[in-house]
Design a protein around this ligand. Structure first.
Ligand code: Z5A
Length: 208
């Protein structure tokens, strides 16, 4: 069976990190080892770029700089981590990937989707996830969860509700156009109910 590439997406506070361990354990219980990684990041250089992207800065950051840094980190990630793992036959699970760029830099920041498509084609050379789990929930619920976590707020988390609303809509629009790849998870439920949804999707992937 060809190694599978799975990504997790959603607005802030959707519960991606919370469910990452569950997905990893579920797949490993079925005998499937996998590399778990994240974006922006996943490599030494990528984690340095992540720091640049997430650190709040009073002077802001040009939207094109943000876009190009996302893809710079991703090019490194694909070449050093994702492709080598898939070539070894190992499954890969990434907390965010290119759908996040379409949603955040496209939907959120207003960069044309075609421009993102062009850069994606150039840097990814056709690499696409086999499955994307899109955690969907009302923006206010996600923000409340982030606030109650009582951690520092990064540069993206400083944004207002309408920014995240555009991102949520962009994600859902992408899911509408790629229903086989992008599975929408109702993330406004208990952790156990979300895990039941995940298990049934993963079961189908394991036999695909
Ligand atoms: N970004 C971008 O703009 N363009 C790109 O191309 C890429 C990324 C790749 C960093 O991502 C930022 O980079 C991100 C988008 C941007 N910024 N934002 N916003 P990140 O993935 O590191 O950051 P994040 O999405 O903000 O992660 P997060 O806030 O940690 O969200 P999460 O992982 O989905 O949520 P969580 O940590 O699992 O859960 C949040 C809290 O809710 C936590 O206290 C949980 O215990 C609680 N929780 C989780 N599930 C539940 C349920 N079901 N019920 C109740 N409470 C729950």
């Amino acid at each position: 069976m060809k190694a599978k590439f799975i990504t997790i997406e959603g607005i802030e506070g959707a519960g991606k990190s919370t469910q990452l361990d569950f997905i990893q354990k579920y797949l490993s219980d079925q005998g499937q080892s996998l590399t778990v990684t994240r974006e922006p990041g996943g490599t030494e250089l990528g984690e340095q770029i992540r720091e640049l992207l997430l650190t709040p800065r009073p002077q802001g950051m040009a939207v094109d700089t943000e876009l190009l840094l996302m893809f710079a980190a991703r090019a490194e990630h694909v070449e050093q981590v994702i492709n080598p793992a898939l070539e070894r036959g190992e499954w890969v699970l990434s907390d965010r990937f290119t759908d996040a760029t379409f949603a955040y830099q496209g939907g959120g920041r207003g960069i044309a989707q075609q421009r993102i498509t062009d850069i994606a084609e150039w840097t990814l050379k056709g690499l696409q996830p086999d499955l994307t789990l899109l955690f969907d929930l009302p923006v206010e619920v996600g923000q409340q969860r982030v606030l109650s976590r009582n951690e520092g707020i990064d540069r993206f988390e400083q944004e207002k509700v309408d920014f995240f609303q555009r991102i949520k809509e962009c994600y859902l629009e992408r899911a509408k156009h790629a229903p086989k790849r992008i599975k929408v998870i109702d993330a406004n439920q208990s952790i156990a109910d979300i895990q039941a949804q995940l298990a049934s999707i993963l079961d189908r992937l394991l036999v695909a």
